[in-house]
Design a protein around this ligand. Sequence first.
Ligand code: CA
Length: 224
Amino acid sequence: MKRTVLVVEDEKAIADVVEMYLDQGNFRTRLATTGAEARKQLQDPSIGLVLLDLGLPDDDGLEVLREIRTRGALPVIVVTARDGETDRILGLELGADDYVTKPFSPRELVARVKAVLRREERTETTDGTPVVAGSVRLDPTSREVQVHGADVELTRKEFDLLAYLVARPGRVLSRTQLLEAVWGYPDDVDSRTVDVHIAQLRRKLGDSCPLKTVRGVGYKADGG
Ligand code: CA
């Protein structure tokens, strides 16, 4: 079955190329050239992934992302001409699954779309047993996290990263391994993505955070 990708992009030349490559990659596409159009198209449940340009004529793409996230776990890849660290981190904090900076290779973009969707399928089929690490409890089925019994809100990727590490207590994992496992592709250039998510998890989980830095190597969860 073909998956439908909503391309939110106001530059026609870019949208044309992206749609062409997605079509060749065996995806269906829809196009929205404004934030308002994107919001309307997002009502359609057949949309399986969103490529979201942050610089829209009528709207800030981050606001569209925020709205998508209040409604559920639809995969989103943020596409932007802005390469500022702030936008990148904001996009990831708001729960984007990946981040691509213009100019990008359309082939690479399609590879990332596939990686995000593969990851999505893997997550859906993991065994749903709750995992406990110290005072932190994760429920993979409801995707709820509790610290000392109190709910903590995590983004999708924060949850996936934490779940992956605590399922392998004591095992040291490199940033590349974590990118591959949680984001679905190895990418040394974006290894700071992992650091940003670890920092967020430490902030949200406080002293209960079971994740440790292994200098020069990567991260591990306590135990094992
Ligand atoms: Ca734009």
